[in-house]
Design a protein around this ligand. Structure first.
Ligand code: ADP
Ligand code: 5GP
Length: 192
């Protein structure tokens, strides 16, 4: 099986920067795109559904996927929480004639970019400041204090990866960020 989609979009950023919000907007704007559902060993949050936000696996099931080489890439994004892109997702997109959108951490994002080169647009979402990011994460209220701290502990390190991405969106005013994201996709897909 050839795993090469002709175009793909990678969206990476620290947790709370606005990836999910921006990706959802892009998916509802461009019928050409489809969300690549990752596998994860983290616990399901309230409101999430298996197979929609993620394929929720036990750590053993996740390890088996690694062993069986069923993941295009994977990372232990937070201590004890594994995330990975199933090869089968990319295949699903290709057979459905859709361009995959990957919401992945900064390292996973750059790994996918390395695999696909110019066929992939790697977008980094930057929050206006660390303080605003923390405030948004607390307002989102989806994480326990422990999970929140794990996320905040990584932010400064993750922000240093920005320079390696193709494009950067500063997510200050949401309307502006969504518009900029749309513009980038139009340009990349040749729809402009
Ligand atoms: P990520 O997927 O990167 O973790 P989210 O998209 O979940 O981030 O955004 C984190 C929180 O911040 C969510 O509650 C979201 O509604 C909110 N948010 C996103 N962008 C903005 C913005 N520009 N201004 C204010 N709140 C925002
Ligand atoms: P969350 O637990 O908030 O849903 O996601 C935590 C982090 O894991 C985010 O940065 C998200 O982009 C990243 N992530 C989600 N899926 C994958 C994946 O398949 N691979 C990698 N490397 N990171 C992922």
């Amino acid at each position: 099986m050839n795993h090469t989609a002709s175009r793909m979009i990678i969206v990476s950023a620290p947790s709370g920067a606005g990836k999910t919000t921006i990706v959802k907007h892009l998916l509802s704007t461009f019928p050409q795109l489809a969300f690549s559902v990752s596998a994860t060993s983290r616990k399901m949050r309230e409101g999430e559904k298996d197979g929609r936000e993620y394929y929720f696996l036990t750590s053993d099931e996740f390890r088996l996927m690694i062993e069986q080489q069923k993941l295009l890439e994977w990372q232990e994004v937070y201590p004890g929480s594994y995330y990975g892109t199933p090869v089968s997702e990319v295949e699903r997109m290709i057979s459905g004639h859709r361009y995959p959108v990957f919401d992945v951490d900064v390292v996973g994002g750059l790994n996918i970019k390395k695999l696909y080169g110019d066929a992939a647009l790697a977008v980094f979402i930057r929050p206006p400041s660390y303080e605003i990011l923390e405030k948004r994460l607390r307002l989102r209220a989806t994480d326990s204090e422990e999970s929140l701290q794990k996320r905040l502990d990584k932010v400064k390190w993750e922000l240093t990866f920005e320079q390696h991405f193709d494009r950067v969106i500063v997510n200050d005013k949401l309307e502006d960020a969504l518009q900029q994201a749309e513009m980038l996709i139009r340009e990349f897909l040749g729809l402009a």
